[in-house]
Each structure stands twice: as structure tokens, then as C-alpha cells.
Design a protein around this ligand. Structure first.
Ligand code: 2HG
Ligand code: ZN
Length: 454
């Protein structure tokens, strides 16, 4: 029996897709920069079906690309050519929230917005939030150790994962789902699989930690002269125990967002740097935030909000960057971390590095924004052709030379695999490859992600 026929018997005819029009949305990523032809798309609905599908592919030696919401930004969830795309979106079971343990179990295809909503209804909150919350899935965010807007306070996805269920290449299912707070029993497989980008196993469920929500929030959008002023203000803002988020962007991004969304700027004038600060706590943090900002000479303009709709309106200037950039072209996305002490230097040189990497006369620009509190900037380069990697190379080498990381929160995917060696030593890469070879000896799990094929 052919692999296609075998898979049809496992998941049902309508969940094996071979028609090119129907496959198309699974074959191109959100950025439109990465795409490839899938041999077929298979959509199992339960862990047992995933295990059977993986086993069938392994026995034929056919590689698999696991896919969640397909809103990862490093090309790791679309085929490179000829793989089976294993969509996890039909795994949508969500357990009732366990309010005693403050945990919830969600299948891979549940969206982050759905987890957030379930937590909220139970009087708790999920610590991961990101602009793609409606499309990003539990499986995808666990597989990539997604970060987002609340890492400063709650940590990245790995800090929320208290258990995973996953399918290995040989079809074995491992369950670490007890959610016990203390469980030092051998290797931390859940920690290893989180952030493994589909290269070691397919994540089918996760047990997630929930938090007590703050009672009140206060948000401020600030206009400052420069990122140097933002860093000096950041040092004082970090003394606030209620600090929840600290995001930055620049005037070119503000203009792009206003043009794309039709929003007016939050206050008159244009500024060298914009800082979005959110504080949250069991007591109203408005006064302590306002007092600190009143005493801060760096603040040149400010808009405040306390109620949800007004706060969301301020967040929109930051969150709409991704879609506004996408409307302007297909960007090269370089998600990087810098030590805060080198951030000013990086910001001062990165646009020049991008320009120097282009040919004279090329229309190339770098738009920067991101999670300044985490030292994480998203460098979006518009202009180069999809396969012109000169700007990527220049930015990632600059990051490495300043002691940063070439991937802060999006993962390596295929986009950054050629540069893995910049911030991981040969011994480190050898150890990772040894783990990969042990768990996936045939190399069928998301080949080309994290480690280059050539
Ligand atoms: C964000 O912080 C996401 O909004 C997307 O990580 C970043 O579009 C990007 O480069
Ligand atoms: Zn981000």
C-alpha cells in the first residue's frame, strides 16, 4: 500500500490532502518568504493517530514537517520540498482548568487565545501572550519556546510548561503530564522538547502552568529622544515590582503603523524612540508608574491608559508592527538578543550594516522594534530578495560580535540555520546533533530546521 493510502486508512480520506490548491496554505509561511512543495498534508485528530502517522512515515523514510498555526517566522513549519506536512490543528482538546494546581492541559492545536480565555474564566491567567495569539497554537509555541510580550514578568513558554506529551520518530509516545511541582526523575524531557522545533519529536499535548492575574494594570506610551534614554529609563523602571512589559519601537515603525492602520499618532511630534511600559499588580500601579515617569527627564511625551480598551489602543502601535511591515513587503526577520550594555551600540550600527551589505542603489531598510526589557529586538529588513542573505549575514555577525544571540524567541528554523555556529560552539553543536541522532536516527523529523542540511 502506498504511504498516501496508508495515511488515508489512519486518519480518514478527507484529512489527507494532495490537491495543490488545498495544500497551498500549508506550504507557505506567514511571512511569504518561505515555501516548498509538500508531498501531502495529513491532519490527524488524536495522539494515537499522530503516532500511527509518524510511524508510517518513518517506515517509508519520508520526512515530516510538523505544523501548528504556521505563524512562526523562521520557515520552520513549511516544507523545503517533498516532506509530509503533519498539521496538528485538529488536536483541540482542552481539559477543564485545574484550579487547585493552577494548571491546564491543552492539545497541540488549541490556540493561545483559547488557553488565555479558559484561564481567565477560571480566575487565572496564562503567562504567554503574543500578537499572533488567535492563530499561534500550544504545540507550535511549545515546540519553538515562544516568547512574546510578557517574558519580562513570566518567562518564555518553557517557564510555563510543566509537562508534555510527544511522539518520537519511532512512533513511541512519551507522557510527562503529571504536573508535579517537584519531579527530579531523570532527564527533563519536557524541557528538552520545548524549543526543539519539531526536530526531535511531535508535541501533541502540554500541561501548562497558570498564574494569579493582576487586579489592575496601567500602560504608558512614551516618546523619548533616543534608545540610550530608553535604556537609562529602563534601569529605573526595573525597580518597580509591578513592571510587566517594556517594549520599544522607533519613528519609522510608528509612521508605517499609522499609515497602514489609519491610526493617528498618540501625541504630536516625532521621537527618536518610543517605549511602551505596562505595570500590573494586586494594587493599582498607576501612581507609582506616573510618579516615576514624572521624575524622569528622558520622557518627552506620554500617553497613559488604565482601562482595557484604551490600553489596547496604546498596545496597537506596538503590536501592529508585524502586519504593517508585511503590508510593505516580504521582510527578512532577524529576531536577536543583545546584552543591554551593548544595545545602544547595536542600534547605532545595525542600519548602516544592512545598507553596507546591499548593492549601491538598492532600496533596503531595517525597521527595529521589540521587547527592550528582554534585550530582544526584531530587526525586519525590507528590500532584499527572499534568497539574498547578505543583510541577514551582516546583522547576525554584528549581533554575535556584541555578545548577543542570533535567536531570541522565534527559534532558528531554516532561516538562521546557516548561522548557528555564530553563537554555539562546535562542542555545543555536536552535543545537540548527538541528541538528534539518538532520537531521530533516520533524520526524518523536520530536516533542515536548526541544523543546515548542507
Ligand atoms: C512580536 O514581537 C513578534 O510582535 C513578531 O515576535 C516579530 O514581526 C516580527 O518580527
Ligand atoms: Zn516578539
Amino acid at each position: 500500500m502506498s504511504l498516501e493510502s496508508h495515511l488515508r486508512t489512519l486518519v480518514g480520506d478527507s484529512h489527507v490532502i494532495t490537491d495543490s490548491d488545498l495544500k497551498a496554505s500549508y506550504e507557505t509561511d506567514w511571512t511569504r518568504r518561505f515555501s516548498g512543495n509538500a508531498r501531502l498534508v495529513v491532519r490527524p485528530a488524536r495522539t494515537a493517530e499522530v503516532a500511527a502517522v509518524v510511524k508510517a512515515c518513518t517506515s517509508e523514510g519520508v520526512p515530516i514537517v510538523p505544523q501548528g498555526g504556521n505563524t512562526g517566522l523562521v520557515g520552520g513549519s513549511v516544507p523545503r520540498g517533498g516532506e509530509v506536512v503533519l498539521s496538528l490543528r485538529r488536536l483541540v482538546e482542552l481539559s477543564p482548568v485545574d484550579t487547585m494546581a493552577a494548571q491546564v492541559t491543552a492539545a497541540a492545536g488549541v490556540s493561545i487565545a483559547t488557553v488565555q480565555e479558559a484561564a481567565r474564566e477560571a480566575g487565572l491567567m496564562y503567562g504567554v501572550d503574543l500578537a499572533s495569539r488567535d492563530s499561534a497554537t500550544v504545540g507550535g509555541t511549545v515546540a519553538t519556546n515562544a516568547g512574546g510580550l510578557r517574558v519580562l514578568r513570566y518567562g518564555a513558554t518553557r517557564a510555563q510548561v510543566v509537562g508534555v506529551e510527544a511522539v518520537f520518530a519511532n512512533g513511541d509516545v512519551v507522557q510527562r503530564m503529571t504536573g508535579l511541582t517537584k519531579d527530579n526523575t531523570g532527564y527533563d524531557l519536557a524541557g528538552l522538547l520545548t524549543g526543539s522545533e519539531g526536530t526531535l519529536a511531535v508535541i501533541t499535548r502540554a500541561r501548562l502552568k497558570l498564574w494569579n492575574p493582576p487586579v489592575a494594570r496601567a500602560t504608558a506610551l512614551l516618546g523619548l529622544d533616543s534608545i540610550a534614554d530608553a535604556i537609562s529609563l529602563l534601569e529605573r523602571l526595573r525597580t518597580l515590582s509591578s513592571l510587566d512589559a517594556l517594549e520599544a519601537f522607533f519613528d519609522d515603525g510608528m509612521q508605517l503603523v499609522c499609515d497602514h492602520t489609519g491610526m493617528s499618532p498618540p501625541f504630536p511630534g516625532s521621537f527618536g524612540c518610543y517605549l511602551l511600559v505596562e505595570c500590573a499588580g494586586r494594587n493599582d500601579p498607576t501612581e507609582e508608574l506616573a510618579t516615576l515617569l514624572d521624575d524622569s527627564p528622558e520622557v518627552r511625551a506620554a500617553a497613559f491608559a488604565r482601562q482595557r480598551p484604551e490600553r489596547e489602543a496604546l498596545w496597537r502601535y506596538r503590536e501592529a508592527h508585524t502586519e504593517s511591515i508585511s503590508a510593505a513587503g516580504v521582510p527578512h526577520k532577524l529576531d536577536v538578543t543583545l546584552p543591554l550594555a551593548r544595545m545602544v551600540e547595536f542600534e547605532a550600527s545595525v542600519r548602516g550594516a544592512v545598507a553596507a551589505a546591499a548593492s549601491p542603489g538598492d532600496d533596503v531598510r531595517a525597521i527595529l522594534f521589540g521587547h527592550l526589557g528582554d534585550g530582544n529586538l526584531h530587526v525586519n529588513v525590507l528590500g532584499p530578495a527572499d534568497d539574498d542573505e547578505r543583510a541577514d549575514d551582516a546583522v547576525l555577525r554584528l549581533v554575535a560580535s556584541l555578545g548577543g544571540s542570533i535567536s531570541a524567541e522565534h527559534g532558528i528554523g531554516v532561516a538562521k540555520a546557516p548561522w548557528l555556529h555564530l553563537t554555539r560552539s562546535p562542542a555545543d553543536i555536536a552535543a545537540m546533533l548527538a541528541i538528534k541522532a539518538a532520537l531521530d536516527p533516520q533524520g526524518i523529523m523536520n530536516p533542515g530546521a536548526i541544523f543546515s542540511l548542507t
